[in-house]
Design a protein around this ligand. Structure first.
Ligand SMILES: [Zn+2]
Length: 426
C-alpha cells in the first residue's frame, strides 16, 4: 500500500477569483485587461508567482506573453514569464483543475460527509462517483499543510500538540502522527509502525516543510502524552524543545493506578488530584515548587486513606511523569491539555469512518489524510458552533483569500503561487 504521497508534479496553475463567470467571459476577449486583472488579484493576495529557480525577474512581469487554449469548451489563458519562460495556467474560480466536477458539487459533498453522511451516499445524492470525490481530496492533499497555512499568514507554531491517532486500514493497525496548534492541523501523517524511527520520519516531514519557509524555525514546546516513541521522536527532531505531558491525560490515568479499590474511593482521589493540578495552574509564580509540595502531600494522603501498597504505585507513577508536568507549569505559554488535538482526531476519525475510500488498495493514504486535514482547517464552523462562520485558520488569526471556503481551497492549493513574506516587492 502506498504510504507516501507521490511527488507533486511542477504545476503552475493559478486559480483566480473572477467573482462572476460573466466577468471572466468578458475579460477573455481582451488580453491586456485580462492580465491586468490577474496581476491586481495577485497583489490583493500578497502572493508571488512560482517562477523557475533561475529566474532573476521574479515577481510580476507586465511583459508576460499570453496564449489562449480551449479546455472542455472554455477558453483558458496561459501567461508566460519572459525571463524564465515559466508558464502559468490561469484557472477561473468556477473550474477545478483537471476535473469535470464543478466546484459547486465539490463544495457540497465534503460538507455533507462532514455532517456524517457516508461517502457513498454523498456520491449518490450529488451524482458523482465515490472515486472522483476520493481523488479530489487526494489532489488537495498533494499540497503540504505547511505550504497552505503559511500562505494564510499563520506563523509557524512555537508550541505544538503532538500525538498519534490509532486507526485501521483494511485489517492492519495504523498510526496517524498528528501536530496541532489551536484549531489548526499542521501535520497529519500515516505510519504502519509505532516505532520511534517511524514517528521521527513522519514528524520530520513537518519539520522539513517548516524549515523550508523559515530556516531558523524552532519548536519551543511540545505537549505529548508521554508515549515512548513520541517522546524519542520529539527529542530527535526538536532537541531544545520543552516536552510537557498533558494534565488531563494524567487525571484520566490516575484511577488505573488504584486497581482493586471501590469506584467512589477512586473517584474521590481523582477529584483531589484534579483540584491539585488546577490550583498549581492558577498560580502565577512558583508553580513548580508548589506542584512538588502538593504531589508529596497527595501521596501521603493516599497512604493514609488506602494504604502503603497503593501509595507506592501512585508515587512511582508520579515520579515518572512529574518532569513532564513541571515542563507544562514552568512555561505559561505551554499548552496544558491536548483537548484541541483530541477534537481534531475525532473529526478526522468520523470522516475516515464515513469515507470507506480510505480503505482502498493502491490509494495514497498520505495524500488522502492531508486532503482531509485541509478541509478541517478551511471549512468554516457550522451555524451553531462557537466560532460559527469562521474556519480554523481564521480562529487562529490567519487570513484567507476570499469569503468562500471552496475558492480559498482552490487558490491556496494552486501550485503557481508562492507565499511572499511581508516585504516590499518590485
Ligand atoms: Zn520568471
Amino acid at each position: 500500500m502506498a504510504q507516501t504521497a507521490k511527488a507533486p508534479r511542477e504545476n503552475r496553475t493559478i486559480t483566480v477569483d473572477f467573482q462572476d463567470p460573466s466577468t471572466y467571459l468578458q475579460l477573455i476577449h481582451d488580453g491586456k485587461a485580462f492580465v491586468e486583472f490577474v496581476f491586481a488579484f495577485l497583489l490583493s493576495l500578497g502572493f508571488q508567482l512560482h517562477h523557475k529557480s533561475t529566474c532573476q525577474g521574479g515577481g510580476l512581469t507586465r511583459h508576460s506573453h499570453y496564449a489562449r487554449v480551449r479546455l472542455g469548451g472554455l477558453t483558458i489563458w496561459r501567461i508566460q514569464c519572459t525571463s524564465c519562460k515559466a508558464v502559468f495556467t490561469v484557472l477561473p474560480h468556477f473550474v477545478l483543475r483537471y476535473r469535470r466536477m464543478s466546484p459547486d458539487v465539490a463544495r457540497q459533498a465534503p460538507i455533507a460527509t462532514h455532517g456524517g453522511l457516508s461517502l457513498e451516499w454523498c456520491a449518490t445524492i450529488f451524482n458523482i462517483s465515490t472515486m472522483s470525490l476520493y481523488r479530489l481530496i487526494c489532489a488537495l492533499g498533494q499540497h503540504s499543510l505547511v505550504t497552505v497555512l503559511v500562505k494564510c499568514h499563520l506563523p509557524l507554531p512555537a508550541y505544538i500538540l503532538a500525538d498519534e491517532k490509532h486507526s485501521k486500514c483494511l485489517t492492519e493497525r495504523v498510526y496517524l502522527p498528528t501536530i496541532v496548534s489551536g484549531r489548526v492541523i499542521w501535520h497529519l501523517g500515516y505510519s504502519d509502525a509505532k516505532s520511534a524511527v517511524a514517528f521521527t520520519e513522519s514528524y520530520g516531514q513537518f519539520q522539513r516543510a517548516a524549515l523550508e519557509y523559515e530556516p531558523s524555525y524552532r519548536v519551543q514546546g511540545a505537549l505529548i502524552d508521554g508515549f515512548d516513541s513520541t517522546t524519542k521522536s520529539m527529542r530527535t527532531l526538536f532537541p531544545g524543545a520543552r516536552l510537557g505531558y498533558c494534565l488531563r491525560h494524567a487525571l484520566n490515568k490516575l484511577p488505573d493506578k488504584l486497581v482493586g479499590l471501590a469506584a467512589p474511593i477512586r473517584k474521590g482521589l481523582r477529584s483531589k488530584f484534579h483540584a491539585l493540578l488546577h490550583r498549581c495552574r492558577q498560580r502565577k509564580s512558583l508553580r513548580v515548587v508548589s506542584l512538588g509540595q502538593r504531589l508529596r502531600r497527595f501521596v501521603d494522603h493516599v497512604t493514609v486513606t488506602v494504604g502503603k501498597e497503593h501509595s507506592e504505585r501512585v508515587g512511582n507513577w508520579i515520579q515518572d511523569k512529574k518532569p513532564g508536568w513541571y515542563a507544562v507549569l514552568e512555561d505559561p505559554k505551554m499548552p496544558a491539555m491536548s483537548t484541541a488535538l483530541d477534537q481534531a482526531h475525532n473529526a478526522i476519525d468520523r470522516k475516515l469512518f464515513n469515507m470507506k475510500g480510505f480503505h482502498h488498495e493502491g490509494g495514497s493514504q498520505a495524500a488522502f489524510l492531508t486532503g482531509l486535514a485541509h478541509l478541517y482547517n478551511l471549512i468554516p464552523y457550522q451555524r451553531r458552533a462557537k466560532n460559527a462562520g469562521l474556519c480554523g485558520v481564521e480562529v487562529e488569526g490567519g487570513r484567507v483569500p476570499t469569503s468562500d471556503w471552496m475558492i480559498n481551497l482552490q487558490i491556496l492549493t494552486s501550485g503557481g503561487y508562492r507565499y511572499a513574506p511581508e516585504l516590499p516587492h518590485h
